[in-house]
Design a protein around this ligand. Structure first.
Ligand SMILES: Cc1ncc(COP(=O)(O)O)c(C=O)c1O
Length: 351
């Protein structure tokens, strides 16, 4: 079977280095917010092209704290794209603000900047731009010029953007991501020293010094073991992203008649996504040749039961995308033989 993703390959390949790093953590006696986390924050912020990196416990925490650190809360509206993982919208709810769901661009599946602008009201404080499947959303400066804060949801786009166009960037290190952790993890990146200082507080219960809490928050810490693992796999990220590009390039060459998510020179292909009106047939054809596929995502945010109270704009493009998208195997450890197998089936698909 060609898997959609097989994490055991990456885990096994790094097991020896991780055993050494784990022993160092145990010897240090510090299991939270120690030298591994410090090192990872510096290395990853530099990789992302930002001045400061604040490691947190998940991508959801990174988004929630990004919004909180920018001062967004009850009474505020935050615009989010209709095609994304649900945590993009739930982070807005977590700070007490209202997500305003808008439609996406049909070619890129990214936020449609015109729809975002049309949805702005006097309550709009921020827009979350999701670099979906690893494809960067361009021209975000158009939104910042309108006076709103732009939060970049980089959960799927490690390496696709260098430096921030928006106000702040939120990353996830969920194990399947391009930079995948050994458990949950996330990071907020910013160039603003005051925002960075506030974030360091917000991740530890709003504490400014031991037992002094100057604002209310919760625990969003990353563990030292997690940071130790991430320090190891960070060194392989660029090569992994290039391998993902090569894989998708081969798929697209195998069958250029298939409708693929629009390309971009900085795309890092967290997912290789095609669109097909006959998705069941497409997936069956793959399955017949032992190739796994996935759907990211089967529902647009406007179709999620939990978000119905926030649906105020029709999102037909995102809903059509949700009904047609299919994800193909795409991860750095995929073998050339497995890529050949996928290409052999793609060639036969008649679109
Ligand atoms: C676009 C997007 N935003 C946010 C998240 C939340 O990240 P995490 O699962 O690390 O909380 C994810 C991952 O599921 C995601 O894909």
């Amino acid at each position: 079977m060609v898997p959609l993703i097989d994490l055991s390959r990456r885990l096994k390949a790094n097991a020896d280095a991780f055993a050494v790093a784990t022993q160092q953590v145990l010897d240090s006696g510090t299991v939270l917010l120690g030298s591994q986390t410090d090192q990872f924050e510096k290395l990853f912020a530099s990789f992302a092209g930002a001045k400061y990196g604040i490691a947190v416990s998940s991508g959801a925490s990174a988004l929630q704290l990004s919004l909180a650190a920018l001062g967004i809360g009850p009474g505020d509206e935050v615009i989010v794209p209709a095609m994304t993982a649900v945590p993009t919208a739930s982070a807005v709810c977590a700070v007490g603000a209202r997500p305003v769901i808008v439609d996406i661009d049909d070619e890129t599946a990214g936020l449609d900047l015109d729809f975002a602008e049309q949805a702005m009201t006097e309550r709009t404080q921020a827009v979350i731009a999701v670099h979906l499947y690893g494809r960067p959303v361009d021209n975000l400066d158009k939104l910042t010029k309108l006076g709103v804060k732009v939060v970049e949801d980089c959960a799927q786009s490690h390496g696709a953007t260098k430096g921030l166009t928006g106000s702040i960037g939120a990353y996830s290190f969920y194990p399947t991501k391009n930079l995948g952790g050994i458990g949950d993890g996330g990071m907020v990146v910013t160039d603003d020293p005051d925002v960075a200082e506030r974030l360091s507080r917000l991740r530890v219960h709003g504490q400014s010094e031991q037992y002094v809490h100057i604002e209310v928050s919760q625990n969003h810490r990353m563990s030292e073991i997690e940071a130790a693992w991430l320090n190891i796999v960070l060194t392989q990220l660029e090569i992994g992203n290039q391998r993902r590009r090569d894989i998708v390039n081969r798929y697209q060459l195998a069958n250029p008649n298939i409708r693929w998510q629009a390309t971009h020179s900085n795309h890092v292909y967290h997912l290789a996504v095609a669109l097909t009106a006959n998705r069941d047939d497409f997936r069956q054809a793959m399955l017949k040749h032992d190739i796994s596929t996935g759907i990211h995502y089967p529902l647009a945010l406007t179709q999620q039961p939990a978000l119905q109270q926030f649906v105020s704009h029709a999102c037909p493009v995102a809903e059509k995308w949700a009904s047609e998208c299919v994800s193909l195997p795409c991860f750095p450890e995929l073998t050339d033989g497995e890529v050949d197998d996928v290409c052999a089936v793609l060639v036969e698909i008649d679109q």
